[in-house]
Design a protein around this ligand. Structure first.
Ligand SMILES: Nc1ncnc2c1ncn2[C@@H]1O[C@H](COP(=O)(O)OP(=O)(O)O)[C@@H](O)[C@H]1O
Ligand code: SF4
Ligand SMILES: [Mg+2]
Length: 390
């Protein structure tokens, strides 16, 4: 990926908070039990900032994204905790009526949903669908509406947009569909864009183009971005902060450089080792043994325990509270405050009780030393077999 994509909107720390989640939970009743798809997610997002959320398939990313707009995954799903759009008002989005929600969708927060093909109506033209989004937030009709639609499609880089207005979604490539969804999301000039895997189905070249587009749009309008993906390399390039999601929880959140240089959760560490470039060319990529847990009947202990090579006898009893890295209390860690990771004390958060040991095991040159509790043969925290984290 090219370096030009890098978007670390510096100075975001002092800016207005535009989105805030506190202990967000989404529970979905299913015949197999209660699926806890989001389980205590907290963060704040400031104007112009990018939060990258990375996690394996099924970790709860899409459910969390939609809950940020007050959307539930099924009619019987229960949303709890709070999501607020500060700056607009202090009301909990999770308690708003559909009419109240519609009023802020597009204008304050907009979603670029996963799967562009299913997100668009296959029997309506592209022009119609973009026009509907524009008309929902701006009192435009006739020629003025037509002009606004065209401008929007040109802004997201649809070539010869005027000739494509009457096309149907099946006539668009994957990259153009993704651009169209971004255009629809931008129609109301939102302060926050939540982009759910906007590049997953695209080839690398088009992926680069879409990410560049998001960077440009952010720079032009000062929008904040929640960028969701299963690709750590993408969020590493794009984000001010990264949240690593696993089994419905943010296991670790930190500023991008902090998280990459000093990961304090074995899962983050393992993801970093699985990145192409983390190992020599002739070496296979690392693999995290086992698979993520089912999200029904989850234990209250550490979700990563069954896969963790750093676990010690204290881990099964550990209730997964968020700890602040670097704060001095109870041996070097303190429970995180409700701001979910902003401010000096709560900047780097982890759910691993052994996060200080992880740091100690890393030598000053960045190499690794053998952990006496390491259960792998290699002395590394993940087994060296070939597999990507996708
Ligand atoms: N409507 C639904 N009914 C039942 N389970 C659901 C529903 N939507 C999502 N889930 C479950 O919630 C979990 C998280 O899903 P999702 O947020 O889509 O994961 P991700 O986006 O990280 O791949 C998964 O176990 C998924 O099966
Ligand atoms: S708390 Fe224990 S089991 Fe969980 S990630 Fe940390 S070391 Fe591993
Ligand atoms: Mg998803």
């Amino acid at each position: 990926m090219s370096r030009t994509l890098t978007d670390r909107s510096s100075g975001a720390a002092g800016r207005d908070v535009v989105l805030r989640a506190d202990d967000l939970r989404v529970t979905i009743p299913t015949p197999g039990g209660q699926v806890r798809a989001a389980d205590g997610v907290s963060f704040v997002l400031r104007q112009g900032q990018t939060l990258g959320v990375v996690g394996e398939t099924g970790s709860g990313k899409s459910v969390t994204c939609r809950a940020l707009l007050g959307l539930r995954p099924s009619p019987r799903a229960v949303l709890s905790g709070s999501v607020t759009h500060p700056g607009l008002d202090d009301r909990n989005v999770l308690g708003l009526s559909p009419r109240q929600l519609r009023h802020r969708w597009g204008r304050h927060v907009a979603l670029v949903p996963q799967n562009p093909m299913s997100a668009l109506n296959p029997v309506r033209t592209i022009g119609d669908q973009v026009a509907e989004a524009v008309a929902a937030s701006r009192a435009l009709r006739g020629a003025a509406l037509h002009r606004a639609v065209l401008q929007l499609l040109e802004r997201v880089g649809i070539p010869a947009a005027a000739r494509r207005l009457d096309d149907h979604p099946h006539q668009f490539s994957g990259g153009m569909l993704q651009r169209t969804l971004i255009a629809i999301a931008l129609a109301g000039d939102p302060r926050v864009l939540v982009a759910d895997e906007p590049t997953t189905a695209l080839d690398v070249l088009v992926q680069d183009q879409i990410l560049s587009l998001l960077v440009d749009l952010k720079r032009d309008v000062g929008m904040a971005l929640v960028l969701v993906t299963h690709d750590l390399a993408v969020v590493a390039q794009m984000s001010d902060r990264i949240a690593v999601m696993y089994a419905g929880q943010f296991l670790e959140t930190a500023r991008t450089a902090q998280l990459l240089e000093d990961p304090r959760h074995p899962y983050t560490d393992a993801l970093l080792h699985a990145l192409p470039g983390a190992v020599a060319r002739d070496q296979p990529l690392a693999v995290i043994p086992g698979s993520p847990p089912q999200l029904v009947d989850l234990p209250s202990s550490c979700r990563f325990l069954p896969r963790c090579a750093r676990a010690d006898p204290g881990c099964p009893g550990w209730r997964t509270e968020l700890l602040t890295v670097g704060a001095v209390r109870d041996g070097g860690a303190a429970a995180a405050g409700r701001d979910g990771g902003e401010g000096t004390a709560g900047e780097h958060l982890t759910r691993c009780r052994r996060h200080d040991d992880l740091a100690r095991l890393r030598d000053p040159g960045g190499g690794r030393t053998q952990d006496p509790t390491d259960h792998t043969d290699s002395g590394r925290d993940i087994a060296p077999q070939t597999r990507s984290t996708r």
